[in-house]
Design a binder for this molecule. Structure first.
Ligand SMILES: Cc1ncc(COP(=O)(O)O)c(C=O)c1O
Length: 393
């Protein structure tokens, strides 16, 4: 079905495929062997020689993580901060903005709950106004409507690239072009897109981008990262500082780090950070265009098959659709369906209105099933899933 990717090798290097049919890559991808090895070897080293000493010994490898992420996103290593997860990454960029009453934040219908909750808190604190750009007829952010809404009051465009709840891919580069032309900072939540498709911050034109290790990048849990364009650094005020983000230079003075690591804090998950770098290199090794081509083809094929099943409705929006596939099966409780498939060794998930309220309310969907395919999933696995689902209908 898709060329240019050695599926047998991808599967041989993924220990989890021997245990489950994993279609929850949008929750967390299965770690490949090199990532698992980097993680466990460092934990072992910490146990054997001490955590600080292990970090010192692996200092170069830790630095290599920034280089790998810079290659992944087409930016400079100094523009990367490695933090606890995508939420912390996004929060550091968002709460680092300075808003005043009457300023506006433009966002989209599929915005992630945590981001929207932060908008609401910021609105309470400062009087900033949150404006939701409507969707176009395909269900993606309406670029023309965004262009009309941009004005002198707009202080930030904050959009989720691929939402948590379905296949939609928002038109990030078109948004970036408008943001640049208007001189408005653009914060992209790329948590669900990094690792499944090529992401180039120059081509997109975003100023800040947040992502996580554990999803399509196939890294470990508990680590994420933030990209901040160099020119943006001094326009943001890190929401909190410590002795890693800044240096206490005199009794009444401190100096911020010159790079994006001013958004990090001192204590961190070194094993996770090392494994994140390995995950980025591993994805680059396959090639993001090859990964995307296979993910896209597998997901489209699955949508077609699902749409052919009686009572099943595919719910994905947008012109371009990702590896996340959302659907409803008439008369079947999504949680019960997920549990029934789990009994057959098939991992799928659910997504609720609480994660993407604007979008789900507009479509009157309280809860639905969701799955995320990855390049290491085989056609046979999809067949097994479709068969198991059919038996549940
Ligand atoms: C679109 C989106 N943004 C942000 C997050 C939060 O990521 P993390 O759990 O790494 O903080 C998620 C998690 O599912 C997500 O789907």
């Amino acid at each position: 079905m898709t060329a240019n990717l050695d599926l047998a090798r991808a599967r041989a290097e993924t220990p989890g495929v021997g245990h489950v049919v994993h279609l929850n890559n949008c929750g967390a991808g299965l770690m490949p062997e090199p990532v698992l090895r980097a993680l466990t070897e460092h934990l072992r080293l910490e146990a054997e020689i001490g955590g600080y000493e292990a970090a010192e010994r692996r200092e170069d490898a830790v630095e290599a993580t920034y280089d790998a992420l810079a290659r992944l996103l087409n930016c400079r290593p100094e523009e990367i901060a490695v933090v606890e997860n995508a939420t912390v990454a996004w929060d550091m960029a968002f709460y680092g903005q300075r808003f005043r009453a009457g300023d506006r934040i433009l966002t989209a219908m599929a915005e992630y709950a945590s981001n929207y909750i932060a908008f609401l808190q910021m609105a309470e604190r400062t009087g900033v106004e949150v404006v939701v750009v409507p969707n176009d007829e395909s269900g993606q952010l309406d670029v023309a409507a965004l262009a009309n809404l941009l004005d002198a009051r707009t202080k930030l465009i904050a959009v989720t690239h691929v939402p948590t709840n379905g296949g939609l891919v928002n038109p990030a580069a078109a948004i970036g072009r408008l943001a640049r032309a208007a001189g408005v900072p653009f914060l992209l939540d790329a948590c669900q897109s990094v690792g499944q498709m090529p992401i180039d911050v120059e081509a997109i034109g975003c100023d800040m981008l947040s992502a996580t290790a554990r999803k399509f990048l196939r890294g470990p849990r508990g680590v994420g990262f933030l990209y901040v364009r160099h020119a943006m650094l001094d326009r943001l005020s890190p929401p909190f500082l410590d002795l890693h983000a800044a240096t206490w230079t005199a009794r009444h003075r401190y100096t911020l780090r010159p790079d994006a690591r001013r958004f990090e804090n001192w204590e961190n998950y070194i094993a996770g950070k090392l494994a994140l770098g390995v995950a980025a290199d591993y994805a680059l090794g396959w090639g993001l265009p090859a990964i995307w081509s296979r993910v896209h083809a597998l997901a489209e094929d699955l949508r077609q098959r699902l749409a052919g099943l009686p009572g099943v409705t595919v719910r994905d929006l947008g012109r371009l659709r990702s590896g996340i596939v959302s659907f409803q099966a008439a008369g079947r409780d999504p949680l019960a369906l997920k549990a029934a498939l789990a009994k057959e060794g098939i991992n799928i998930s659910t997504t609720s209105v609480a994660s993407t309220r604007l979008d789900m309310e507009a479509r009157s969907i309280p809860l639905m099933n969701r799955l995320g395919v990855h390049y290491y999933n085989s056609e046979d696995e999809l067949e097994r899933f479709v068969g198991a689902l059919q038996r549940q209908l």
